[in-house]
Write a protein that binds this ligand. Structure first.
Ligand code: C5P
Length: 222
C-alpha cells in the first residue's frame, strides 16, 4: 500500500448518531482533509444484501468492494434505519470486515493528492484502521439526545419512523456495536472524549479545532 508522507490523519470513533459525522465533515473541510464515513461502507454492503439477497456471498461482496467508488456511498437509500440495523449485523462478520479493510487504509494513508490528509469516522478507526493517527477522538452523547437527533434526520428524509422506534433501534445497535467480538466500539486510552450532549455543532467544531491548532502550533504541521 502506498503511504503518503507528511499528511495529517484524524481518527474518530463514536456510537450511532452522536454527531461524529457532522463534526468530521466540518473539520475535514476546514483543514482540507479527505473525509470517509466508514459506516457508509457497511451500509453499502447491507444495501447489497437487501437488494440482491440471492447473490450475497463472499465473491459477490468482494467484487462490489473492489469496484466501490466514493460517490456510491452518497446513495440516499443508505441512510434508512433498516439499512443501519442491517449494517450493524453484517459488520460483525470477520470476512466482510477484512474485505473493507484495504479500502479504508487507502483512504486514510493515501488520500487524493489535493487533500492535506484524511479524517475517518467509525467504530474501530482509532485502534484498528489508523492506530498511528495524529488525532484521536471518541465522540459521544447521551442515548435520548442521539435518538432524537437521528429521529429528526430520518424525518428530513421523509421516513415514517417514530421517536420510540428510533430509540429502540439505537439501543439495539449500541448493544451490538459495543459487545461484538470483532472490532467492538470502545474508547481507547489515547482518544480524547468529546461529549456533544449539550454542545451545538459550532461549539463541537471549535472544541476540536482548538485541540488541533494547539498541536499544530507546537509541532508546525499542516
Ligand atoms: O456509522 P453508521 O451508523 O452509519 O454505521 C452503521 C453500522 O456499521 C454501525 O452500527 C456498525 O455496526 C457498523 N460500523 C462498523 N465499523 C465502522 C463503521 C460502522 O462496524 N468502522
Amino acid at each position: 500500500m502506498i503511504k503518503r508522507k507528511d499528511i495529517i490523519k484524524i481518527a474518530i470513533d463514536s456510537p450511532a448518531a452522536a454527531g461524529a459525522g457532522t463534526l468530521a465533515k466540518s473539520i475535514s473541510k476546514h483543514y482540507n482533509l479527505f473525509y470517509l464515513d466508514t459506516g457508509k461502507i457497511y451500509r453499502f454492503i447491507a444495501f447489497m444484501k437487501y437488494k440482491y439477497p440471492n447473490k450475497f456471498n463472499h465473491k459477490f461482496i468482494k467484487s462490489k468492494i473492489n469496484n466501490l467508488k466514493i460517490k456510491n456511498l452518497s446513495n440516499r437509500f443508505l441512510l434508512s434505519d433498516e439499512i443501519g440495523t442491517l449494517a450493524s449485523t453484517i459488520s460483525k462478520n470477520k470476512s466482510i470486515r477484512k474485505l473493507v479493510h484495504s479500502f479504508q487504509l487507502n483512504a486514510a494513508y493515501n488520500p487524493p493528492k489535493k487533500y492535506k490528509g484524511s479524517c475517518l469516522d467509525g467504530r474501530d478507526i482509532t485502534y484498528k484502521i489508523i492506530p498511528d493517527a495524529d488525532f484521536k477522538f471518541y465522540v459521544t452523547a447521551n442515548l435520548k439526545i442521539r435518538a432524537f437527533r437521528r429521529y429528526k434526520e430520518l424525518k428530513k428524509n421523509k421516513s415514517h419512523i417514530s421517536y420510540t422506534e428510533v430509540l429502540k433501534s439505537i439501543k439495539k445497535r449500541d448493544k451490538s456495536d459495543f459487545n461484538r467480538k470483532i472490532s467492538p466500539l470502545k474508547k481507547t486510552k489515547d482518544s480524547l472524549l468529546i461529549n456533544t450532549t449539550n454542545l451545538t455543532k459550532r461549539a463541537c467544531f471549535l472544541k476540536i479545532k482548538k485541540i488541533i491548532d494547539k498541536k499544530i502550533l507546537i509541532n508546525g504541521n499542516i
